[in-house]
Design a protein around this ligand. Structure first.
Ligand SMILES: [Fe+2]
Length: 124
């Protein structure tokens, strides 16, 4: 069962997808994809928990309190800012800093990020 806004992962090819609606299932490489749950893989918290700072007219999200590596073999693939019924995603590449700025006038936000090795993480 696909859940809207959940992230799914193919362990064979490494692809991730976000469900934009509820649905029956997502398959990749001939198998049902795994629904990722935030913060479950063993890895250093300080390098993965997104830190949100309020800016004038928006938010800055930094992964983590100690900057996460951004190397070809290990990097943050995307950072997402959630604002109730809206979301913004910044796609990242190796070599960039794991920091994203988003324009927003929302009062309450949360953030998620996906590390290619250590999975899905959410802000506190
Ligand atoms: Fe990582």
């Amino acid at each position: 069962m696909l859940k809207k806004r959940s992230i799914y992962y193919c362990a064979d090819c490494g692809i991730t997808l976000e469900a934009l609606t509820d649905g029956k299932e997502a398959k990749c490489c001939g198998k049902e994809m795994e629904q990722l749950v935030e913060n479950i893989k063993e890895a250093s918290l300080e390098k993965h928990i997104p830190i949100i700072e309020k800016l004038d007219g928006g938010y800055k999200v930094t992964v983590g309190s100690v900057l996460h590596p951004m190397e070809e073999a290990h990097y943050i693939q995307w950072i997402e800012l959630n604002e109730g019924d809206k979301a913004q995603i910044k796609f990242m590449s190796p070599g960039q800093e794991p920091i994203a700025e988003f324009k927003s006038d929302a009062d309450q936000v949360s953030a998620r990020e996906h590390c290619n090795l250590h999975g899905l993480w959410k802000s506190n």
